[in-house]
Write a protein that binds this ligand. Structure first.
Ligand code: MSP
Length: 684
């Protein structure tokens, strides 16, 4: 017997400084859906997830919570695990970086790299972002982190260094030889240009705190948390263990087939990780797939921003499958996408309750009523064009769905599947089986059988296809169709015409009840209670790693010239406090510059056309001495959008661009964003 092909997929391991939210759930759900699909297709699948528990960030969070690091990480790691269990996530391994076998494996990784000559000791003086555990080699004290924008801290330590610079060419060759390694294309291009820009050696140990894995033979140092964390993908499947079974497991599952990650940790996975592996002489993963961010109220959902939504809220009100379907259907994988309770409920009602749920209940109920609950035999001779169309559409949907799903284009795959749901619901309305049922002659019975068979067969196809995405509800529909073991259906081998004729249906029950009338309000209220409920949050981030400190004074650069009419604030002047309601009156929006040109006869002014999502505004801004017009095209800026229009040099200015005022001259520096933000997003 030939052994089955293996498939090894991983989520990032989650930091335990924050409680799990639906941003974390998004990655995990995507991996769970892929793993389920691969299991159905017959692969010996290993799906790994877990928690990232070492490092300065976690140590500080534990201190802030007044707990020992171990007690703290035990608690939060357990919360992640409990949530995945509640959500029915079928992981095969849950690794914690505090597990003994992991620690041993990381030390082995370090030793191998050192034995191969890629580690040396030197002094590091530079910036460090504790929030992202990232060395920021450019800039001095206070330099913002390129990932989160928080100010970095200065670190000066004797460290172990990894010769990352020795891997620049090897990495570039790797990206060229394996174009499929980094997906999507945009991320691949970013990585290539980052590496082309030059790689500096990387500090891979810290000596100023203790919460980490000791460097072998030099316990005064702990291993850099990203080397520790990335190694989990190997240690979880047996790397570094003397045990023969672990050894065999590593030989079987490594290299990973897919590392699924969020876009903010691409550099660690696509540059550092392959370099560490090459240095250690270990095979490289086959694919690293980056998805975008889940935005809530237009910015990345994160604890620091305080805009998180818990998965529990949604699951308790709408169910697991509603959350899974929404996230994979609504967000174009790879891009950022917004979460809102309204959109969730709308999707549920339209696609699940009215779409698949309706198809299932009306088809099965009619088979129950007209054919005593047995799948009817279709008439081969009298298939109409409408019947044939459904069969043809189903076969093409099977093909498209599998292809798109294999490319991680979940939203498009689901769209394809729901094109079949929509077509069959329409077919049922047009064929009017309830009218045909009145004809009791043989021809009428045969026509009725064909219609209901066609609907049931399409239902079978769709149910099997989307099982990895909505496992709970499809299992129920499957049982109602009288079928067994949906997990064992190979979605790639699905074809029209395999429905068991004459089989008895199971007990028919509604699968997607209509959402409660006040579902949105209930979920909002649950989240508000959590946020405002004065419940002590043991996972509060310590001061200094969260909010941006030392915000520069802002000035609005939409007036004629900086420091002239624009209401600029000098860095020392302290304006009178205003209420939140006063602030809410100012409509600040993200805009994108479409046109920029000098204003004749006014050397300080530029005429801009700025897209603010709903319209394109003309703004006259006093920034001509600081910015070349061409350099502004395409740039995202902050605009005061509800300022009364005014005329400058005969041109109407409809808003102000926000800028900081630097130095004695008040030279303007435009406010911008480190992360990608949608045009039109409101700042509040
Ligand atoms: N511990 C590191 C990863 C180490 S992997 C060797 C880490 N942890 S994290 O908890 O901050 O984030 C883990 C992952 O959670 C992100 O890569 C991303 O996949 C997911 N997300 C967290 N917030 C998210 C959103 N708001 N939106 C989408 N995904 C998000 O980074």
């Amino acid at each position: 017997m030939t052994s089955r092909q293996k498939f090894y997929i991983t989520t990032p391991i989650y930091y335990v400084n924050a409680r799990p939210h639906i941003g974390h759930a998004y990655t995990t759900i995507a991996c769970d859906a892929i793993a389920r699909q691969q299991r159905m297709a017959g692969f010996d699948t290993y799906f790994l997830t877990g928690t990232d528990e070492h490092g300065q960030k976690i140590e500080r969070s534990a201190n802030a919570a007044g707990k020992s690091p171990k007690q703290f990480v035990d608690e939060v790691s357990a919360e992640f695990r409990a949530l995945w269990d509640k959500m029915g996530i079928k992981y095969d391994g849950f690794i914690r970086t505090t597990d003994e076998h992991h620690k041993r494996g990381v030390q082995e990784m370090f030793r191998r790299i050192r034995d191969n000559g890629y580690i040396y000791k030197a002094k590091y003086t530079g910036q460090y972002c504790v929030s992202d555990e990232l060395y920021v080699t450019e800039g001095g004290p206070g330099t913002p982190c390129p990932i989160c924008g928080n100010p970095t801290e200065t670190v000066s330590e004797e460290n172990y260094f990894f010769k990352l610079s020795a891997f620049q060419d090897k990495l570039l060759k790797l990206y060229a030889d394996q174009p499929e390694l980094i997906r999507p294309e945009t991320r691949r291009n970013e990585v290539i240009s980052f590496v082309k820009g030059g790689l500096r050696d990387l500090s891979i140990s810290r000596a100023s705190f203790k919460w980490g894995i000791p460097v072998p033979d030099d316990p005064a140092h702990v291993i850099y948390v990203w080397m520790d964390a990335l190694s989990n993908y190997c240690t979880a499947v047996g790397f570094g263990s003397p045990d023969k079974r672990d050894h065999d497991m590593f030989a079987k599952y490594w290299p990973a087939d897919v590392h699924m990650i969020g876009k903010e940790i691409v550099r660690f996975h696509c540059v550092y990780w392959p370099a560490f592996l090459m240095a250690a002489g270990i095979e490289l993963p086959k694919a690293i797939v980056a998805h975008g961010w889940l935005l809530f109220e237009e910015s990345k959902m994160s604890k620091t921003r305080g805009n998180i939504v818990r998965a529990e809220t949604i699951i308790d009100v709408m169910g697991n499958d509603a959350l899974r379907y929404f996230l994979l259907r609504e967000i174009v994988f790879g891009q950022d996408g917004s979460f809102s309770f309204d959109a969730l409920v709308q999707r549920y009602d339209s696609d699940l309750a009215n779409g698949l749920g309706n198809l299932s209940s009306r088809t099965l109920t009619m088979i129950q009523r007209y054919f005593q609950g047995k799948i009817p035999y279709p008439s081969a001779a009298e298939r109409t064009a409408a019947d044939k169309n459904i069969a043809t559409l189903a076969d093409s949907v099977i093909k498209n769905y599998n292809q798109l799903f294999g490319e991680y284009q979940f939203s498009r795959a689901l769209e394809a599947a729901w094109s079949l749901v929509g077509a069959v619901n329409k077919y049922i309305v047009e064929q009017e089986p309830w009218v045909v049922a009145d004809k009791t002659d043989e021809q009428g019975r045969s026509r009725l059988a064909t219609i209901l068979y066609t609907a049931a067969e399409a239902l079978r196809v769709v149910t099997a296809l989307v099982h990895p995405v909505i496992p709970e509800s499809t299992r129920k529909i499957w049982a109602q169709l009288g079928l067994a073991k949906i997990e064992q259906v190979n979605p790639q081998a699905l074809k029209w015409g395999d429905l068991t004729l004459g089989a008895n249906l199971g007990t028919i029950e509604p699968v997607f009840p209509r959402s409660e009338k006040n579902a949105v309000e209930r979920m909002q209220q649950m989240e508000q209670e959590r946020a405002g409920g004065a419940k002590p949050d043991s996972t509060q981030e310590p001061a200094g790693t969260g909010a941006v400190a030392g915000q520069p004074a802002t000035q609005a650069a939409g007036g004629p010239a900086p420091n002239a009419n624009a209401p600029s604030l000098s860095p020392t002047a302290k304006p009178a406090p205003i209420s939140i309601d006063d602030f809410a009156k100012i409509e600040l929006r993200v805009g994108q510059v479409k046109v920029a040109e000098k204003v004749k006869g006014a050397d300080k002014l530029l005429r801009l056309e700025v897209d603010i999502g709903t319209e394109v505004r003309q703004v006259v801004a006093g920034i001509a001495l600081a910015y070349e017009p061409d350099s502004l095209i395409g740039r995202k800026v902050v605009i005061v959008a509800n300022l009364a229009p005014r005329k400058l040099r005969g041109l109407e200015s409809n808003g102000m661009i926000v800028a900081a005022s630097i130095g004695e001259q008040g030279s303007p520096v435009l406010a911008g964003f480190l992360e990608d933000v949608p045009v039109g997003a409101r700042l509040k």
